[in-house]
Design a protein around this ligand. Structure first.
Ligand code: GLU
Length: 448
């Protein structure tokens, strides 16, 4: 008789063999499969009908050439991706990432995570992800526009409000969504607002979408702290990154009484012992599109560092909001030694498996990305609701909905962990709660 460990190892080994070299995808699947062992032990029907193997195989993977002309009239060729992973709960939903590190494995890891994240929101959205190895850094406005148009020239035939609804991720913000939407509208010859989310406010966008991932991550953190009788008021917080997620995590954490001690970008990190001037940071990053080193030129008491890492700071709460595998086992050990008690992931898979192990061993309250950063995609689903009813909601109402969704996700992760005898393990709780809804839908819908 095969044991559960052997059964799961079988799924995993086959996946690694069939998806050679896609290390981030392997990592994301390994974590989920590990959590599912206790489910498969109790409920054998979740192993029926090839369910686990079907779940790990994208429904469709699209790769395409994106040729475009730069400002010197030279032709550049990038690669475009859209992985339509699972549509059992609703149309594929997930962002587009434009970053030189993008490859099929990265998009598959993100798409796989998105399935469970979107399930946790409780809203009718499946999982997908896309992007390109295009590097927006240093590109002119015209180059960005021409690239977005070239990218959508292929993507448009694969998406639609009932089929697949992309949004932003790293390197894709409001400006890029604008150019992408314009090209979709031209090619499809219809103003189909529900085809993309993260749109501008006067052409179908939703209030709170810009703030949602960062705010949601802080709402989730607050729930974890409440469960232990603590709050963000007076807490010291480290936020890595300085993009959309980081900026609004900083804003909300400080609004709730925390002091944010630092933030970072890919070249260095900034220490802010007196807290962050969020308006200045927004101006530097969102308007001027400059590096974080610029911040210390204009803010009192802040220092810029290229050596070491932002995880060398001492704090109660750490919010990794930059990118995958940015926080490793050594960083985690240092954070724990210096007293970190809460970690919530604003980015997708920013903590390595070794880091998560350190947090688990030391009873750090740890909110995994698929739960803690689900506020962004949840608010995208609220944008879809507004588009479908040709309505637009107020900031306060939308923020209240976001808050409610984040509290629900916490409760679900918490209760599921308890149900499976793993109290306080929100990784296991989120993976199982997210999985069960998708799995039940897949079983109900037959072998497809
Ligand atoms: N890229 C975000 C995420 O990782 C948001 C996706 C969306 O709004 O569709 O969840």
């Amino acid at each position: 008789m095969t044991t559960i460990d052997e059964e799961v190892a079988g799924y995993y080994d086959k996946l690694v063999r069939r998806n050679a070299g896609e290390v981030e995808f392997h990592q994301a699947v390994a974590e989920v499969l590990d959590s599912l062992k206790i489910v498969l032990e109790k409920d054998r029907h979740y192993a029926d009908y090839g369910l686990i193997e079907r779940l790990c195989e994208p429904e469709r993977q699209i790769m395409f050439r994106v040729p475009w002309m730069d400002d010197n009239n030279d032709i550049r060729v990038n690669r475009g991706f859209r992985v339509q992973f699972n549509s059992a709960l609703g149309p594929y939903k997930g962002g587009l990432r434009f970053h030189p590190s993008v490859n099929l494995g990265i998009i598959k890891f993100l798409g796989f995570e998105q399935i469970f994240k979107n399930s946790l929101t409780g809203l009718p959205i499946g999982g997908g992800k896309g992007g390109s190895d295009f590097d927006p850094k240093g590109k002119s406005e015209g180059e960005i526009m021409r690239f977005c148009q070239a990218f959508m020239t292929e993507l448009w035939r694969h998406i639609g409000q009932y089929r697949d609804v992309p949004a932003g991720d790293i390197g894709v913000g409001g400006r890029e969504i604008g150019y992408l939407f314009g090209q979709y509208r031209r090619l499809a010859n219809q103003h189909e607002s529900g085809v993309l989310t993260g749109k501008g406010l006067n052409w179908g966008g939703s209030l709170v979408r810009t703030e949602a991932t960062g705010y949601g991550c802080v709402y989730f953190t607050n729930e974890m702290m409440k469960a232990r009788g603590e709050s963000l008021d007076g807490a010291k917080v480290i936020v890595s990154g300085s993009g959309n997620v980081a900026i609004y995590a900083i804003e909300k954490a400080q609004e709730l009484g925390a002091t944010v001690l630092g933030f970072s970008d890919s070249t260095g990190w900034v220490e802010t012992p007196n807290g962050v001037d969020v308006e200045l940071l927004k101006d530097i990053k969102e308007v001027r599109r400059e590096r974080v080193s610029e911040y210390v030129e204009e803010a009192q008491g802040a220092t810029y560092h290229e050596n070491g890492s932002i995880w060398d700071l001492t704090a109660d709460v750490a919010l990794p909001c930059a990118t995958q595998n940015e926080l490793d086992g050594e960083h985690a050990k240092g954070l724990v030694e210096r007293g970190v008690r809460y970690v919530a992931e604003g980015a997708n898979m920013p903590s390595t498996p070794e880091a998560i192990e350190v947090f688990r061993d030391n009873k750090v309250s740890f909110g995994p990305g698929k739960a803690a950063n689900a506020g962004g995609v949840a608010t995208s689903a609220l944008e879809m609701q507004q588009n479908a009813s040709r309505d637009s909601w107020s900031f306060d109402y939308t923020d209240e909905r976001l808050h409610g969704i984040m509290s629900n996700i916490f409760t679900m992760a918490d209760e599921t962990a308890k149900e499976y005898g793993r109290e306080g393990d929100y990784v296991v709780g989120s993976n199982i709660a997210g999985f069960k809804k998708v799995a039940d839908a897949m079983l109900a819908q037959g072998v497809i």
